[in-house]
Design a protein around this ligand. Structure first.
Ligand code: ZN
Length: 110
């Protein structure tokens, strides 16, 4: 199989609408996720944190860290090519439970 560049991966994430903005109402709280290759959610807080292992390891190596999810998020946000979902504040807790479950599963997989 041909090895794909990280630019290809970033473009795929954006084109497939895997960059998602979750808008909580009525608080207006915003939360971004990207659906990764294993179908799992990756979370960003203000675009400077990602829950994937790539981000974790780059954080250990250097002060400024990034990963292709964060890069995809930045491009998608800039070009407004993301999916937007509105969620009630009442579902905030459930949403977080599912998200942490999904992240945990992914760490265990690796
Ligand atoms: Zn990441």
């Amino acid at each position: 199989m041909k090895k794909r560049s990280s630019n290809d991966l970033i473009n795929d994430l954006i084109d497939e609408g895997r960059v998602k903005l979750h808008k909580f109402q009525p608080s207006g709280r915003e939360l971004w996720t990207v659906i990764g290759n294993y179908g799992d959610h990756l979370i960003f807080i203000d675009g400077d944190y990602c829950s994937c292992r790539g981000f974790y390891f780059s954080l250990m190596r250097q002060k400024s860290s990034s990963c292709y999810h964060l890069k995809a998020y930045k491009i998608a946000k800039q070009s407004k090519k993301y999916s937007s979902i509105e969620i009630s504040d009442y579902d905030y807790e459930t949403f977080f439970k599912l998200l942490t479950k999904s992240i945990k599963k992914q760490i265990e997989l690796d």
